[in-house]
Write a new protein. Structure first.
Length: 132
């Protein structure tokens, strides 16, 4: 929050957000082909340095849990960064952009395809988080 209550609206201490992610995942590769919804939850911290960090997990068709981390930044009413999923030691980044400030709802969207060898995974959707 902006503890000094000045007009700049900057973050003087960490603000924690909690929310939901609504993703759709398409995969084609060595493990077959599938597509399905992946709803879940996330937690994000907006730091005094305007960094966004966090983690979450979505459940692909209620069968496979897909954990991810959030690495980004915010300022001027905008947020951006990456949802990062790690598999077999490789980080797969899906860029997100959106809006929000430390004292308001954060809204982000993303749509990205990653190809690695013969595997292709596309992740698209939104996430929303409220300050706690």
């Amino acid at each position: 929050t902006d503890a000094d209550a000045d007009a700049d609206g900057d973050v003087d201490s960490d603000v924690t957000f909690s929310g939901t992610i609504s993703a759709h995942v398409w995969y084609d590769g060595q493990y077959g082909t599938f597509d399905g919804d992946c709803p879940g939850s996330l937690t994000v911290v907006w730091s005094a340095a305007d960094r966004l960090t966090g983690s979450g997990q979505c459940s692909l068709d209620h069968q496979y849990d897909l954990p991810f981390t959030i690495d980004g930044s915010g300022g001027g009413g905008s947020i951006s960064g990456d949802l990062v999923m790690t598999s077999d030691g490789t980080d797969y980044k899906t860029p997100f952009t959106g809006s929000g400030k430390p004292n308001t709802t954060l809204n982000a969207n993303y749509d990205n395809t990653v190809r690695d060898g013969g595997d292709s995974i596309r992740i698209a959707g939104t996430w929303t988080a409220e300050p706690q």
